[in-house]
Ligand binder design. Structure first.
Ligand code: PLP
Length: 495
């Protein structure tokens, strides 16, 4: 065997892991069950290029056009584009189509890093909209229509707005209200729906941005539905955007060798929704309902099922677990589940997020429930022997909520700070982060996941940011923008 990546992957599949992380298909089972196994059997043979008859992603007239048309119909929009560089690529092209170089873009401060990349690629100035704080967990909550209106009033020249909904934890903003505000100011609304491609088809979940008046919506079909990683779809839903300019942007940022495997998987995912969607989405909802019902009885387990702001709603296909009442941080819970071959998507402080997808079966949810019951019981027994049992732990409603910042196992995330913003132009240098308090950041510092820049170019770092990044590093978490010697890029100071 080749070793390295291949060996890792084969070893991992050998564990028969339960996937509560991306992608949404959760392995070959779904395709085979639904009769698409032939494609999997010939996967290498299907890896072709633009031979005659195979159409061209950037000049669609044939088979790719047909798949785009399937998506246009499914999502009931004006035009759909297949993406082979994920929602990341779609967001960059959307921003470049909506904002002229040198102009301003209103973006939620918790946008994905691809939106920040669009700023530097397009020489676009950021105007930040700050999301509410989801107070119980110290994480980003909704972006309100009031916040957007306030900013649009103050920046009449800024004509495009972009925000994520659902965000990584499943919190959805009121897109219909935001679209109304944006259009009142003659702007364009781009919704990063990377985590919500399924919303259009699930009755008991928040409304999809496609149905709420957003102008451009980008859906990572791979995250929750049935296509391969990196495949996504961009929808144009109004005539406020010039299609030739958008198409030019897509050409600029996407590979000129688009993978037919990714595009075929998008085709199959559309087919699966068309042919089997009704029963698959009903079953998914049924499994979730049963999971939540049973999970409520696990002592010490809390679930973030509703968001605390009046303007938001939760996409409950993301299961946000919290066992901090038993003294278990998100990271420790993740480890305990991994020991049982259950792999999750994201931890932040006390939350462990399990990302469900169209390919999860009832057995997956049952295994997760069983593991959580076992972990809770083990932890409670451990506490009894050390005589450290919180009273009334049996009933979740009796659990006094521990704020993230009060829990010794977690970190307060300085994500929502309004930092002074300077020009990021000029010479840069690398410097030990511990000596960077008060310095202007020259390259984004991005904990990954969730891929939201903690400090952006032009923002001034302070001691709290530095301590937070160092703690993440100590815990072995992935932080983009800091090297192995803990050095970051800052703007050089005048000599
Ligand atoms: C909120 C958000 N937007 C966009 C993206 C990028 O999506 P993709 O992986 O399809 O490029 C991510 C990735 O996780 C994300 O979390």
């Amino acid at each position: 065997m080749a070793g390295g990546i291949t060996e890792f992957l084969l070893k991992h599949t050998g564990l028969c892991p339960v996937s509560f992380h991306m992608p949404g298909h959760k392995g070959s089972r779904l395709y085979r069950q639904l009769g698409y196994g032939q494609f999997l059997d010939h996967i290498m043979d299907c890896d072709i290029t633009e031979i005659p008859g195979a159409d061209n992603l950037f000049q669609t007239e044939g088979i790719i056009q047909e798949t785009q048309e399937k998506y246009r119909e499914l999502y009931d929009v004006r035009k759909s584009y297949l993406l082979i560089n994920g929602t990341s690529g779609g967001l960059i092209a959307a921003v470049l189509a909506a904002v002229e170089p040198g102009d301003e873009l209103i973006l939620a401060r918790n946008c994905h890093k691809s939106v920040f990349n669009a700023l530097s690629l397009g020489n676009i100035k950021p105007v930040y909209a700050y999301p509410q704080e989801e107070e119980r967990y110290g994480i980003a909550g909704v972006v309100t229509a009031e916040e957007i209106e306030k900013i649009m009033e103050a920046h009449p020249q800024a004509k495009a707005v972009v925000l994520p909904s659902p965000n990584y934890y499943g919190i959805c903003s009121d897109i219909a209200a935001i679209a109304e505000v944006v259009h009142k100011y003659d702007g364009v609304l781009i919704v990063d729906q990377a985590h919500g491609a399924h919303l259009k088809f699930m009755k008991d979940q928040p409304q999809a941005a496609e149905d709420c008046g957003a102008d451009i919506i980008v859906d990572s079909i791979h995250k929750t539905l049935a296509s391969f990683t990196q495949s996504a779809v961009l929808h144009v839903n109004s005539d406020r955007i010039s299609l030739p300019i958008l198409e030019d942007g897509l050409q600029k940022i996407e590979s000129t060798s688009p993978s037919y495997l990714l595009m075929a998987s998008l085709d199959l995912s559309a087919e699966i929704i068309r042919e089997h969607g009704t029963q698959l989405f009903e079953k998914w909802q049924e499994n979730l309902d049963e999971f939540y019902r049973k999970a409520e009885n696990i002592p010490g387990l809390r679930l973030l099922r509703e968001c605390s702001e009046k303007d938001g709603s939760m996409d409950q296909t993301k299961i946000d677990l919290d066992m901090s009442a038993l003294g278990i941080s998100g990271a420790r819970l993740e480890e305990a589940l991994m020991e049982r071959n259950i792999f999750c998507e994201l931890t932040t402080g006390n939350i462990l997020m399990c990302m469900t997808g169209i390919g999860n079966t009832k057995a997956d949810y049952d295994k997760l429930l069983e593991a959580l019951q076992e972990i809770a019981a083990q932890e409670s027994r451990g506490r009894q022997t050390t005589q450290d049992v919180p009273k009334d732990l049996e009933k979740p409603e009796n659990l006094e909520h521990t704020k993230t910042s009060e829990n010794p196992a977690s970190l307060k995330i300085p994500w929502n700070k309004k930092r002074p913003l300077h020009s990021a132009a000029g010479e840069t240098e690398t410097e030990d982060i511990s000596r960077c308090s008060g310095r202007i950041c020259g390259a984004s510092i991005i904990p990954y996941p969730p891929g939201i820049p903690l400090v952006c170019p032009g923002e001034v770092l302070d001691e709290e940011d530095i301590q937070y990044v160092l703690r993440l590093r100590e815990r072995g978490e992935n932080v983009i923008g800091i090297d192995e010697q803990n050095r970051i890029t800052v703007i050089s100071e005048p000599r």
